[in-house]
Structure formats: C-alpha cells, structure tokens
Write a protein that binds this ligand. Structure first.
Ligand code: SF4
Length: 465
C-alpha cells in the first residue's frame, strides 16, 4: 500500500515556486515517485518536473527559472496511469485562449466513460491520467468564462478529486462533493496557499484559513477569494484512512488533528482489547500515536523498541539471500536489551498483505521478545479502494481471504486483535456519518460500475479500438 498524491497552489507571492517547493517537501509522504512545479509570471509559463523525490528533482538553480507570483505543484504516486515521465504532474496544456495547468489528488471512477466520450468527439489525449480529462472538457467548451463552465463539468465527474488548477492568472481549488480527499487554504504575506494538508501551510508559515468544502470551487485572483458551490450537495465520504495512516500526524485533516485522532483510536483499542504485557510499542512512525493512546489508556509503559532508520533513501542492493528480512531491517531495527524476555503489545496502524508485519514480528522474536500481542488501530481491510489509494486487489488483502486466527498464525503472534468498526468511527473527532469506510466494509459511497484498474486508461477501451 502506498500513498497517492499531494497538491499545492500559491497565489500572489514573488517567491511562489520556492514556497511550492517547500510545501511539496512537507507533502513528500503523499507521493515519492515523481514531482513537479509549474509557475506563471504574467507572460511566461515555466515548468520543472522529474522522477524521484522533491530533493532529487529541484535545485536552487532550476527553482530560479520558475518565475512568477503564481505556482502549482504536485507529488505523485501513480494511482491512475503508469509512472512514466509524460504522466508527471502538474499537467500543462496550451490552447488558443491561454494555458491550463492542473494537479490532481484522487481517482475518478467514471474516467473510462469520459475518455470514450472525448475520443469520440476527436480529442487526442496526451497522457493516461484521468486528470487530463477535465482539461479537455474545459478546452472543448467554447465559452470564454471558466467560472461559468467549471461547475457543469465538475458535475460530470464521479469519484474523488481535489484539484489545484492554474488558468492564466487565476488559481482554482476544487474538491469533489463527497470530500474524499483533503484540501485546505491558508494566507501568506497577502497571498494565498492551497494544499493537501496543513503541514504544508506550517512549513511555509502560512496561516490556516479553512478547508475547501466538499463540492466547492475556490477561485483565487486579484480580487481575493471567491467560492462556487455545486448545486447538489452529497453525503460526505471523507477518507477515514487519511486519519488512520496516510496523513502526517502534525496535520489537521478534515479540520481535525490527525495526532489526536490516532491517540483516540489507540485508547479505544486498549479498551476493546486489553492484554497483560510489560510494555506497549509502536511500529514507527505511523503506529506511534495510536500506541501512545493505547499506553495511556492501559497504563502500561511505552517503549520505542523498534528504531527507524531515517536515511535509507533508495537502496539498489537487495541481499535477500544473505540477510533475511533485509527490507524490514534496513528500515526498523529492534533493540535487544529492551525486548529480551519481555511480553510486548505491538500497535500497528493496519495490516494489508501481512508479509511486512510477519517480517517485523520475526525480527522482534529474534531480538528476544517472549510474547508478542498485536493490536491494530482499525478493522480488517477487506476491499480495495477506488478513490485514489493504491490498495491491492481484494485477493491480495490478507483479511479478505483469511480469518483473524489464520492471520495470527501466518504473522507468528501470540494474539491478534483489530479495533471494531464502531470503535474506529466513535474515535473520530467528527460525526461517524461523515466518513468513507469502504475498504473495511465493501460499502462504497459511489457507484462502481466496473472496478477501474490503475491502468484503465491505458487499455483499449472498446472492441476494435
Ligand atoms: S475505500 Fe478506504 S482508503 Fe479508499 S477512500 Fe474509502 S476509506 Fe479511504
């Protein structure tokens, strides 16, 4: 399971591209495969994109070339379309009335139907990303005023989108009516920033104003902020997994603190599934806040018995034959003197395939742990996500195929317990009806006509095509 995408837009700052760069740094956890920034100085559009991390792609030199007071940026893990250079975002389209640059977080669930419609009408798509579809619809509509044409086009999109778009001298920030993915607005030096998470605002010392609301399009131009609303509000479906795993704990997501939400999940887990143990330990980093909550509630001390190596970067050596569980050990190293002879409660944020947890548990046993009890701060994952998170297919999700007892045996645990659906929803700092929980329940908040695959738009979409 990997993260998906992070977006940022800066309006009205002479250092727009530098601020976008810093914001992308803060959003790096949302996509590590590629990144890009497009800026506009009133005359010229400049762009810099590449495969790799923000620190790999940008330099002082190439940032200087990104001139102007407007910029948008993107970090990507491909959720639609392969991870190829032409699919790196933001996407830039020049047309006779100017340019459109767009950065997208989310996944459209009706992208194949929209693609077929566009191609039937003569559009030639440059990429295999669903983000390109909205641009074609905008260009195809001959009305001059983007503000007038945006809502009818957005109303045709299904699924998850948080878009940041630069059209000539304006920035648009748009969120789907169910609000799957987060998007927030801040103020900085008389200008504005929009970003996937508030940690990006903190990074550039912007002041948080508010979230872009579900179904809202915010237009930022020389007159300040304006808001358009889609006429038919829908029941919200905020991705609950943002709170459990994806977002940074120092962010506020859907207006609430991720850190406090995760602690609340940990406390609920301790109440539902107590265990006699010498200490509680997290799987760092994403399990840390839930472990803190578990320790507080259970009154069992917390130990950091696994230490994360923050400098792994990319390793090309995979000596799997020489060092068992190399991938686990290079990231997390157990402390023998803490673990030896101890009964431990390991708090995990989630179990996807089970293979990573299995490797970690084996490393803890080898380090001398006497009993290992795993507590998971969400229910079993049983269904894939069609809204922008790269969950494996159902057959790869261990909980979709095996009972909890079988998973316990596979991972090699003394006990294994998951937080209940009620426990998870009651731990949220918003009403329980606000969330999408489809990966835990199989109950999808939109119609899923044909499960789209990551490469749907790359396949020939019809017979004879
Ligand atoms: S299916 Fe799961 S991961 Fe996908 S949007 Fe819903 S809660 Fe989030």
């Amino acid at each position: 399971m990997r993260e998906y995408c992070g977006v940022v837009g800066i309006y009205g700052n002479k250092n727009a591209s530098h601020l976008a760069y810093l914001a992308l740094y803060a959003l790096q956890h949302r996509g590590e495969e590629s990144c890009g920034i497009i800026s506009y100085d009133g005359k010229k559009v400049s762009q810099q994109k590449g495969m790799g991390l923000v620190s790999d792609v940008f330099s002082e030199e190439n940032l200087k070339k990104l001139k102007g007071r407007l910029a948008i940026g993107h970090v990507r893990y491909s959720t639609t379309g392969s991870s190829t250079i032409k699919n790196i975002q933001p996407l830039l389209i020049n047309h006779k009335k100017g340019f459109i640059a767009i950065a997208h977080n989310g996944n459209l669930t009706n992208s194949l139907a929209l693609k077929n419609e566009l191609e039937d009408a003569g559009s030639i798509l440059q990429t295999t990303m669903d983000s390109e579809l909205i641009v074609h619809f905008l260009v195809r509509d001959h009305k001059n005023n983007y503000t007038e044409k945006i809502l009818p086009i957005l109303s045709r999109l299904e699924g998850a989108y948080s878009f940041v778009m630069m059209v000539n001298d304006k920035i648009y920030a748009m969120r789907d009516p169910q609000g799957f993915r987060p998007l927030c607005i801040g103020k900085i030096d008389g200008g504005y920033i929009v970003a996937s998470e508030t940690c990006a605002l903190d990074m550039v010392q912007a002041e948080y104003i508010r979230d872009v609301e579900p179904g809202e399009t915010v237009i930022i131009d020389k007159n300040g902020l304006r808001s358009l609303k889609q006429p038919e509000p829908k029941k919200h479906a905020f991705c609950i997994f943002e709170n459990i795993y994806f977002a940074r704990p120092d962010s506020n997501i859907f207006t609430k603190s991720v850190y406090l939400t995760r602690k609340s999940l940990g406390r609920a887990l301790a109440r539902e599934h107590p265990v006699d143990a010498d200490f509680v330990m997290p799987i760092p980093d994403s399990g840390t806040c839930a472990a803190l909550g578990y320790a507080e509630e259970s009154k069992i001390p917390l130990e950091m018995a696994l230490v994360r190596n923050h400098y792994i970067g990319r390793t090309f050596i995979q000596p799997s034959q020489l060092i068992r569980d190399f991938k686990v050990k290079v990231k997390l190293n157990p402390i023998r003197d803490v673990l030896k002879g101890k009964r431990v409660v390991v708090v995990e944020d989630s179990i996807v395939r089970g293979t990573t947890s299995r490797g970690r548990v084996r490393a803890l046993r080898e380090a001398g742990a006497k009993e290992i009890h795993m507590r998971v701060s969400c229910p079993p994952l049983v269904s894939p996500c069609f809204y922008g998170i790269d969950f494996p297919t159902k057959k790869e999700l261990v909980a979709a195929k095996y009972s909890i007892e079988e998973i316990r045996q596979f991972i090699g645990l003394d006990s294994l317990k998951y937080l209940s659906l009620d426990g998870m929803l009651n731990s949220m700092l918003l009403p329980r009806g606000e969330f999408c929980t489809a990966c835990f329940t199989g109950d999808y908040p939109t119609t899923i006509c044909k499960p789209p695959s990551k490469k749907s738009l790359e396949k020939k979409s019809r017979k004879g095509a």
